[in-house]
Design a protein around this ligand. Sequence first.
Ligand SMILES: Cc1ncc(COP(=O)(O)O)c(C=O)c1O
Length: 452
Amino acid sequence: MQTKFLLGENQIPTHWYNIIADLPAPPAPVLHPGTMKPVTPADMLPLFPPGLLEQEMSAERWIKIPDEVREIYQLWRPTPLIRAHRLEKLLGTPAKIYFKYEGVSPAGSHKPNTAVPQAYYNKLAGTKRIASETGAGQWGSSIALACQMFGLECTVYMVKVSYGQKPYRKSMMQLWGAEVLASPSPRTNAGREILARDPENQGSLGIAISEAVEDAATHDDTRYALGSVLNHVCLHQTVIGLEAKEQLKLAGDYPDVVIGCHGGGSNFAGIAFPFLADKAAGKQVRVLAMEPSSCPTLTKGVYEFDFGDTAKMAPVAKMYTLGHDFMPPGIHAGGLRYHGASPLVSQVVHHGLVEARAVGQLSCFEAAVMFARTEAIIPAPESSHAIRGAIDEALAAKAEGKPRTILFNLSGHGHVDMASYDAYFAGQLEDYEYPAEKVKESLRHLPKVPAL
Ligand SMILES: Cc1ncc(COP(=O)(O)O)c(C=O)c1O
């Protein structure tokens, strides 16, 4: 019984897959936060280099991966596809469970798949410094490492609650040469305003994004980088699903259901979009996004235009949103706390091509522990949401007494998240359902968008 399905370095994909080519309708325009008119490339050039803007707007199905990026991918890609025999046995399920393991990257998650090309296109465009934000620190450490590879400076605004909870992520960023600030910080107007109103503010991704965007917009040599949500980020992550498809061929299998956890949508897009290409071509495959019940963007949010950040400086996009002033509770899957979702993921959910499910953190930690005790890998708390989804699918197959082939993305390891596991074992974690009334309240502040 084979466990690992491996590809050679020469099988790293040569192109990223762009789902825009296969969507049932063109994506809604992205709007300027000041004028509410569709953004133009000129609006975005202070923030993003031309190479990334081109990808953001492209409708080409396949986009070539530059050789310089593939060479760095070779440090850890192709990542393994693993059959979870021991978990299947524990569950007593007729289902086959495969997982793609992105935790083998140097930063420990899928995030370097996009950090590296983002740093590359910035270097090409003459950018000297990148300003970015991070929640749990997975993205911050990935952009720090990518900047180091291309000789760029890097400033990371880290959500304050995580700055305290994940001190080693901060150390990793510093080791790879980045400057790390707890957000809200006194460095920016956005941060100073929030601190003046609420000195104890624990931060949110929305606030940290405002700070990083302001930093980039007010410095000529600096551009902004985002670790999720945007089209080009989802595009770069498709190496995950493209490799998984080849690896499943080696296993002689094809999934009935593909599962990813959902924060801003990038690892989910990475595993799912290449399979949605098959679905567009008529193949039967279910696709499932797993999100926390404390930040239930896809299951309780609305599909409307909203700001990408709290200070209303980032572009306005049509997406599932809980409202840009959503203040997330301090749950332990810090990377899943964004108020919005990738417009592309939102669109495929809206078209009914993807199912979304919200789960509480306790059942996710339970799944993570079950996984670590059978498959040995300690998952990131974010990834444990995908494991929960896979286990529930395997148990449903058992209840039906029918086989089912399940593929999920294990987006990262949890070696730097052990404080969360300690809190779980100490009985200090609680489930939290984000109340519908709070969603309603936040949604009152959605921007007024003129008919387009
Ligand atoms: C391990 C891991 N998985 C998933 C996510 C969620 O982000 P996204 O939805 O963009 O994949 C994060 C975010 O930091 C993460 O660190």
